[in-house]
Design a protein around this ligand. Structure first.
Ligand code: AMP
Ligand code: MG
Length: 488
């Protein structure tokens, strides 16, 4: 076999060595017949990895955790979590591993992590496996989020393992996803550390979080309070961005909420087509806990669990610690509201000097109108961009209540919206549910062309391109109610 050069690769083990109480050294399972399905060349380049080398046997060995550098020490991470509101004290990576950290070409530390790499001591009843469809789904949607400019974990590759995995639908093809993140520290990591018998663990975890994600907090009088505020602001901003593009995460358990502010764990997520605050796609979210419009409230609830875990670090006196935490969390609605309305202003092309007293009701009335007329959210804003350029036809076409729309447009136009700003804020292409399903169905039958085509569209979502017209269209009428599934 010809040798493809790969400069010396080093995988550091900072997490494993700084927080051994939260890390169980573990080995990835060896896939019988690994086959690379997709590799993210631009991300590989950012990481200093040669994409050609990644396609080689050694590269696939790295991507599945079977050939790691000598200095690597792969671990399964321990964490707890509130799942649908119920506390589970020991979750952890049941089918995942942190291979280690890599320093990217920008000098930033990035986790290299696997999903579907076999059972670990946290697997409980699970088989430790993942399957091709859902791993490609995570790859596609996380890359779409990145294209939209929304903080997210990234996907480096999906490798089919050659194993057969049994799921409710029957036997499916196994796969491993290689994921890259600023870290895998979660709210659930802090919940786990808080209950550790050694109180030093929580402090060490918090120190690592400060160093990695909120370094300025280290200089503050109360660094852990600054950490809480920093995470709160990052999550408020993140959830605002989700709402602005119509994203429903679907399983915002505290183990699926990062300290970095990156979106993580693409399970039952989906993008809304018709605007609906109550949109739920996950088959198990029967109560609508994680519905589109509930996401800010859930984020705040999760942050309260984060604050509870941090209490011993916030103040020596428990009551004073609670007061500090409550004050900090009380800022969430304002923080979220500011991020959301700033984003909505961009979507509407409004300049910052338009007064809030006028813009807020303009936004509220618009969302009510979209909800009432079941208007496709993404397409609406692009068509409104055309209206800002003087062509009102396309946006009027999609409404039934035209008098209400016309009245709203007149108010909006009085602020002289800027179509250039709108073009940069409103994506043409999102990973629409019917397109995702179409691409995954083909990929499952070994045709990866539709997946690559869709990736091409959603990786550059604001630039309208000829040949991609159908990717900008709402779903066909017979697409019906969309359902998504967790942990598959
Ligand atoms: P998730 O819903 O993917 O966030 O996973 C929740 C928890 O279930 C985590 O602790 C996972 O590691 C674990 N888990 C999910 N699927 C499996 C599986 N097939 N085998 C072992 N553990 C799993
Ligand atoms: Mg998870």
């Amino acid at each position: 076999m010809s040798r493809i050069p790969q400069p010396t690769l080093s995988l550091q083990a900072n997490f494993a060595s700084d927080l051994p109480e939260l890390a169980i050294p573990w080995q990835a399972e060896e896939p019988p017949e690994p086959r690379l399905l997709v590799v993210n060349e631009p991300l590989a380049a950012d990481l200093g990895l040669n994409p050609e080398w990644l396609r080689s046997q050694d590269g696939i060995g790295l991507l599945t955790g079977n050939r790691v550098p000598e200095d690597a020490s792969p671990v399964a991470q321990a964490y707890a979590g509130h799942q649908f509101g119920s506390y589970v004290p020991r979750l952890g990576d049941g089918r995942a591993l942190l291979l280690g950290e890599i320093t990217d070409t920008g000098g930033h530390r990035r986790d290299v992590h696997l999903k579907g790499s076999g059972r670990t001591p946290f697997a409980r009843g699970g088989d430790g496996r993942a399957v091709v469809g859902p791993m490609l789904r995570e790859y596609l949607i996380s890359e779409a989020m990145h294209g939209l400019g929304i903080p997210t974990t990234r996907s480096l590759a999906v490798v089919a393992t050659g194993q057969t995995v049994l799921r409710e639908e029957g036997p499916l093809r196994g796969a491993v996803l290689t994921r890259v993140a600023a870290s895998h520290l979660r709210v659930g990591s802090f919940q786990y550390a808080r209950h550790h018998e050694d109180p030093a663990v929580l402090r060490r975890l918090a120190d690592q979080a400060v160093e990695l994600h909120h370094p300025a907090a280290a200089q503050d009088e109360n660094p852990y309070l600054s950490l809480l505020r920093g995470v709160m602001a990052a999550q408020a901003g993140l959830v605002a961005q989700w709402l602005l593009v119509g994203f429903v995460h679907g399983v915002m358990n505290t183990d699926n909420m990062t300290i970095s502010g990156e979106t993580i764990d693409y399970g039952p997520c989906a993008f809304i087509d018709a605007f609906d605050r109550n949109a739920v796609y996950s088959s198990i979210d029967t109560g609508g806990r994680y519905a589109y419009g509930n996401q800010p409230a859930v984020a705040q609830w999760n942050l309260a669990r984060f604050a509870e875990a941090l209490l011993p670090l916030l103040h020596g006196d428990q009551d004073q610690a609670v007061t500090l935490a409550t004050e900090a969390l009380g800022e969430f609605p304002r923080e979220f509201g500011t991020a959301f309305s700033a984003g909505m202003r961009r979507k509407l092309g409004l300049l910052s000097d338009a007064p809030d007293e006028a813009v807020s009701p303009l936004i509220d009335d618009l969302l009510a109108l979209l909800h009432q007329d079941h208007i496709d959210y993404t397409q609406f804003f692009r068509r409104l961009g055309q209206a800002a350029r003087g062509d009102l036809g396309p946006v009027r076409d999609v409404f039934t209540d035209r008098p209400a729309l016309d009245a709203w447009i007149e108010r909006w136009q009085s602020f002289t919206p800027d179509p250039e700003v709108m073009g940069r804020a409103n994506p043409v292409y999102i990973p629409r549910n019917h397109l995702v399903e179409e691409a995954l169905e083909a990929a499952t039958a070994d045709d990866l062309a539709p997946l690559h085509r869709l990736l091409e569209a959603v990786s550059d979502p604001f630039r309208e391109r000829p040949g991609f017209e159908r990717y900008a269209e709402p779903p066909p009428e017979d697409f019906g109610q969309y359902r998504t599934y967790c942990g598959t």
